[in-house]
Design a protein around this ligand. Structure first.
Ligand code: NI
Length: 258
């Protein structure tokens, strides 16, 4: 049995307090072997590293989310220091969020670029957050992809045209719970068309529980739902989807598979 990797989790969330060993346990019972823990600011980036030290199933990613930029300038040096850790597999989640528009678009773009620079200097991939900012995200990735060792469009929500360009630039596309929602026909069509060697799956837990658990707190065990849907869409065995999404995640994040 090939274990899935949940490529995007936020286990630091209050809703999981005191429950992380149980979450990992439930994930393993469901067939989810590992998970990538994502930072959104300095505090959660540190937690990502701490969790990875405690739990061999967890790999840390550090960065400032576009909705959490208030203390970026003060903490940039510290972030760079954390990012240098050998255990840190990527910089993220970084990007643009024009849905909440918490900071000016100019500031979001500037700090997205500055964090891309950190990734470039360390030769690490990036985890990209894009909400309602497709055009500006594309403009930045068009310029920057050639200097990066890769990245992933997390919780993909764009068009097939956008996916195609990102694939051409070497990025991976990750699908979260919305892949299983009844109304997501367009997203499912995109997932069907993403090449088998570029697709990832994630929960983004505690947010965005898949249809079978909709409205509930999401957790890594539920990424199985995205794998099942992908198998159905691509006409592959579940085990084959487990294998290929696992291999893709290992390749992108340069994980040591043991
Ligand atoms: Ni996230």
């Amino acid at each position: 049995m090939v274990g899935l990797i949940d490529s995007h989790v936020h286990l630091d969330d209050k809703r999981f307090a005191g429950e992380i060993p149980q979450l990992i346990d439930r994930a393993k019972k469901a067939g989810v072997a590992e998970m990538i823990q994502i930072g959104i600011d300095l505090r959660t980036s540190k937690i990502a590293i701490e969790l990875s030290e405690k739990h061999p199933e967890i790999y840390p990613v550090v960065g400032f989310h576009p909705n959490e930029l208030a203390s970026y300038e003060d903490h940039e040096e510290k972030l760079i220091e954390l990012a240098q850790g050998e255990e840190v597999v990527a910089i993220g989640e970084i990007g643009l969020d024009y849905h909440w528009d918490k900071y000016s678009r100019e500031k979001q773009k500037e700090l997205f670029l500055r964090q891309i620079d950190i990734a470039k200097n360390l030769n690490k991939p990036i985890v990209i957050h894009n909400r309602d900012a497709h055009q500006d995200t594309m403009d930045i990735l068009r310029q920057e992809h050639k200097y990066l060792p890769g990245g992933v469009l997390h919780c993909f929500s764009g068009s097939w045209e956008m996916a195609k360009m990102c694939l051409r630039w070497g990025f991976y596309i990750s699908f979260a719970g919305p892949l299983t929602f009844p109304k997501s026909n367009k997203l499912r069509e995109i997932a069907t068309n993403v090449p088998n060697d570029r697709v990832l799956i994630e929960t983004d837990c505690p947010y965005l529980a898949p249809q079978a658990f909709r409205g509930k707190r999401n957790e890594p065990a539920y990424v199985v739902e995205q794998a099942k849907m992908l198998a159905q869409l691509k006409g592959l065995d579940y085990q084959e989807v487990a294998r290929l999404t696992r291999e893709n995640t290992i390749r992108l994040f340069n994980l040591k598979d043991d």
